[in-house]
Write a protein of this length. Sequence first.
Length: 213
Amino acid sequence: MAIAFDNSTTFAAASDTSHTFSHTVSGADRLLVINVYFSSATSVTASATYNGVSATFVAFSSQNSSRVTTLYLIAPATGANDVVVTLSVAKDVDIIVASYTGCHQSTQLDASGDVKTSTPNTTHTATLTSVADNCWLIAGFRAFSAMSAGTGTSRGTSNNAILIDGNAAITPAGSSSITATTGSANPAGGYAITITPSVAEASTFTPRHLIMV
């Protein structure tokens, strides 16, 4: 089963330590990606649940106080359920959630890495090398001006944050890139992952008898 985009939800809120909103998931072999964006010059941790089930923390990226935290959940419940994000310190926050189908239900993630833009630029590039065939590349960026998709497909923008994916399988496995852009040159926090597709069904072979005459 190939990976496909299911749904996305964008949420923004004023300073608090707990943020709750609804996201709807459907389909088979599901995976939920949660990106949490905020500005902070000090250490702030972020955790998340969906329908009461804890998401797995991957990592965070920080550049010039612009932070992106990435989490994921395998096999999230279907239907409309609450996403609850908890911060260790109250912050204004942007959260973008995207769900996908056709994803491996035990082996995630395929690859991940910090893709921040350290010096001011209008193009922000996420490059990862996938291991498994037919993975998808997903990235989140936060800068200090509005962001839009470059070569990637936007799954949501909120203030100065964006979540993008490649909207296509990476085949054969290897290096792949997607980009986001800003109207003015900015550094940006950024983190990227490749998600693994579900195991393809083995092809069936019906033996035939060879008749010699």
